[in-house]
Design a protein around this ligand. Structure first.
Ligand SMILES: Nc1nc2c(ncn2[C@@H]2O[C@H](COP(=O)(O)OP(=O)(O)OP(=O)(O)O)[C@@H](O)[C@H]2O)c(=O)[nH]1
Ligand SMILES: [K+]
Ligand SMILES: [Mg+2]
Length: 455
């Protein structure tokens, strides 16, 4: 099947020093030759500084770097060339118009270059997802995770499982031709052991996938506490901007206010919430009541909490807030600037009782170094699996692996060989689906739709 030749600007929108326009497909070589004014194609994979012309009138568009990647050694696996043009609007318009006018060329659709790389077997689906994650990575840890996935960290694991399953399946299928003979006892035991081992390994990967998903999506931290404790002041200091309204009026925050931060290179979403307070029916207005409902909601879905109190209320701290804190949570006693001497009972509480307690001041910034260090420790623990090895970072991966484990757990080494083989084939198919090598057509559209044009 001969595909169209496609082109697009692959660098970001807006005026820039350099803009990259990429062309891929069977007519790429012809188009490049015409744009170089018939001087022949440059050496493959070597940058050439040259004049690029509009083939319609021979007028020079720009003097720029040109790269030629003949098939199959290119990103898409097709003939590809890149123009590294000066990134002005008029230069780009002229280059894109010249390409559009060339017979057989058309603008690319979103994700179409990557789609071709996938169709030509250069990237499997986990690598495609890694590429998408790399383009959107916002923190150092996310970048590393995405790159490992793009480079085949997940594929390698899945392929190793596939190889073992195929070997097992071949051994079992060999007996299908002898329906009257039972499998020798030592083989039955060996198969049972191998399937059990595979199931355990995949379950282990599922468990550490949680950490990979947190790394991809960001760890959720919620700030909770009684009204006026200084929750909004704290999120503003963490975000280094005025994300939430601060006032001396109790009950200022109603909606959950989220900020995305990179803390020591780790992605987090911190949520500021409405102050928790109990009141007689009718005492709180319905909007604040709804705000408090949202706070509790957010507290229950967060990975861990920062419980904030006014230091001057110590030791009578709000019971509801305390009740929501897990041992991963942190207690922040705020407004330390208003208290001269920490009293003995406070020191004792700080040293002895979980959860860990830090005295801070959102106004002076005192204690924020200790707070950030404590947060980093928790993030490292939360993400440790994902930092150690590439993990299954998407719900889609989790679903495939779960289906695989279900099939393996159904495998019965004493059942008829046809039934045994069938479970192994199902397990293999789920792994194939994870890599995008079986029945994936409907999935593809979903995944490639998230790419932008030129990728
Ligand atoms: N002196 C001092 N005042 C603070 C500190 N943190 C917050 N405040 C003040 O305390 C008041 C309440 O602060 P907010 O940040 O709005 O408190 P909140 O917990 O978000 O309040 P609600 O949203 O109403 O629940 C404001 O007047 C702040 O300026 C602090 O560390 N020291
Ligand atoms: K307030
Ligand atoms: Mg607030």
């Amino acid at each position: 099947m001969v595909s169209d030749t496609i082109f697009a600007m692959s660098s970001g929108a807006g005026r820039a020093g350099i803009a990259v326009v990429r062309t891929s497909g069977p007519r790429a070589g012809e188009a490049l030759g015409a744009m170089l004014g018939g001087k022949g194609l440059p050496q493959p994979r070597r940058a050439l500084l040259t004049a690029v012309v509009d083939p319609r009138d021979g007028i020079t568009i720009d003097r720029c770097l040109v790269l030629w990647f003949p098939a199959p050694s290119s990103f898409t696996g097709e003939d590809v060339f890149e123009l590294h043009l000066h990134g002005g609007r008029a230069v780009l318009d002229a280059a894109l118009a010249a390409l559009a006018a060339f017979p057989g060329l058309r603008p690319a659709e979103p994700g179409e270059f990557t789609r071709r790389a996938f169709d030509n077997g250069l990237l499997d689906l986990t690598a495609v997802e890694g590429l998408a994650d790399l383009i959107t990575a916002e923190t150092e840890a996310q970048r590393r995770q995405a790159l490992r996935q793009l480079e085949g960290g997940l594929s390698a694991k899945v392929q190793a499982w596939q190889t073992r399953l195929v070997k097992l399946l071949a051994e079992i299928e060999a007996w299908i031709d002898f329906p009257d003979e039972d499998l020798p006892e030592n083989l039955v035991a060996g198969h049972a052991r191998e399937v059990e081992k595979l199931a355990l390994e995949i379950e282990g990967a599922l468990a550490s996938g949680l950490s990979a998903r947190r790394l991809r999506e960001g760890v959720m931290i919620a700030i909770i506490g009684p009204p006026n404790a200084g929750k909004s002041s704290i999120i503003n200091r963490l975000a280094k901007r005025d994300a939430a309204i601060v006032s001396e009026i109790a009950g200022t925050t109603r909606d959950v206010v989220e900020v995305h931060l990179s803390l020591s290179g780790f992605p987090v979403t911190v949520a500021d919430t409405a102050g928790l307070r109990e009141a007689e029916a009718g005492e709180l207005d319905p909007i604040e009541r709804e705000g408090i409902r949202r706070s509790r909601d957010r507290a229950s879905s967060a990975d861990f909490l920062l419980g904030v109190f006014d230091l001057r209320d110590f030791p009578e701290l709000d019971r509801e807030t305390l009740g929501l804190l897990s041992e991963k949570s942190l207690v922040l006693l705020n407004k330390a600037d208003l208290v001269s001497e920490p009293d003995a009972s406070l020191l004792q509480w700080q040293s002895g009782i979980a959860p860990e307690t830090i005295c801070i001041s959102a106004v002076s910034g005192a204690g924020f170094n200790a707070l950030e260090a404590a947060l980093e420790k928790r993030l490292r623990a939360e993400l440790s699996d994902a930092l150690a090895a590439p993990g299954f970072s998407r719900l889609r991966h989790e679903q495939c692996l779960r289906d695989c484990v279900v099939a393996l757990r159904r495998f019965d080494p004493r059942a008829e060989v046809e039934l045994q083989a069938e479970e192994l084939r199902i397990a293999l198919r789920t792994l194939g689906r994870l890599l995008g090598r079986v029945d994936v057509e409907d999935l593809l559209d979903v995944i490639f739709r998230d790419f932008c044009i030129g990728k």
